[in-house]
Design a protein around this ligand. Sequence first.
Ligand SMILES: *Cc1c(COP(=O)(O)O)cnc(C)c1O
Length: 367
Amino acid sequence: MNPNRPIPRSSVMEIEAYVPGKSGAPGAMKVYKLSSNETPLGPSPKAVAAFREAAGSLELYPDGAATRLRVAIGERYGLDPQRIVCGNGSDDLLHLIASAFVGEGDEGVFTEHGFLVYRIAILAAGGSPVVVPEKNLTADVDAILAAVSPRTKIVFIANPNNPTGTYLPISEVKRLHAGLAPHVVLVLDHAYAEYVTRDDYANGLELANAHPNIVVTHTFSKIHGLASLRIGWAYGHPVVCDAVNRIRGPFNVNGAALEAGIAAIGDIDHVNAAIAHNDHWRSWLEAQIAELGLKVTPSVGNFVLMHFPDEPGKSAADADAFLSARGLVLRRVSAYGLPNALRMTVGAEEPNRLVVEALTEFVAGKL
Ligand SMILES: *Cc1c(COP(=O)(O)O)cnc(C)c1O
């Protein structure tokens, strides 16, 4: 007998909806949002001008193929635009890639403290998530390869990872890829790649050129400061692009986003300024927080993960409440299996200094 109401697929009901970083701090005079890894520099002024200009033609459908944006990205990175697909944020693309390659009975692999969207995308596609332990809050290639089974269709790695800020050097990414069967899709989520200034890191685009089963995703939400407009892009083999193009929304990137994205990708000075700001203040924050006796995981992204004792009055929850009361909104990361840590986005000078001052008071016990 048919049920008397609609019944979602069982894997859909296993999903816990993603909870974004808090934006408010009730009672605080002024709020500094350091909970969603947004850039303190804002978008390029050229992107803002292009966005305003787009207001003149809102009645028109956008170019569903995002051709000019793909060409602009291709020029910036020396890539074939045919191998690029744009999405409504890279979250859109992570879902589309999972839907294209994972189905009932298939498995998708990601790591213990990996980005939560992978779990959601795998379950939404009908697959089963397989969560792999990490070592020192870093993806462990041997453990990932050991978890791969004949049912594995996809492996997601954020490199650098959010919320830990740790990364895999290119040699480890190659070793991971070499251990996967050629039909298993390896998604390299490079949302923070532009921020990384390590010699042993690579942006993965060359690797994706050489291997049909590697897909690299990028976003305009982080270093380009266009999170509100929702623009992401994926670079991969034509087989992957073709699959995603079949199932994506026909106009998944809106017209204003296309124009702003084209302007943003061309503003290299703005990106370089963001990298310089981030390098300076991330090292400052890491040093200052460590000096307070709190453990900080070394980060290559635009955020730092700090760890608190699991003791009443000194815990991450207590620190979060203490900071929030002063309008300093950080991110709790219990949902990532890190109940004793807080993630802080590298902000502008003022909030960075305010957080360190507040943490100094907190640690000294001046509650
Ligand atoms: C922020 C973030 C993204 C970007 O998401 P968008 O949908 O492009 O805004 C992707 N992956 C990770 C790991 C992130 O932290």
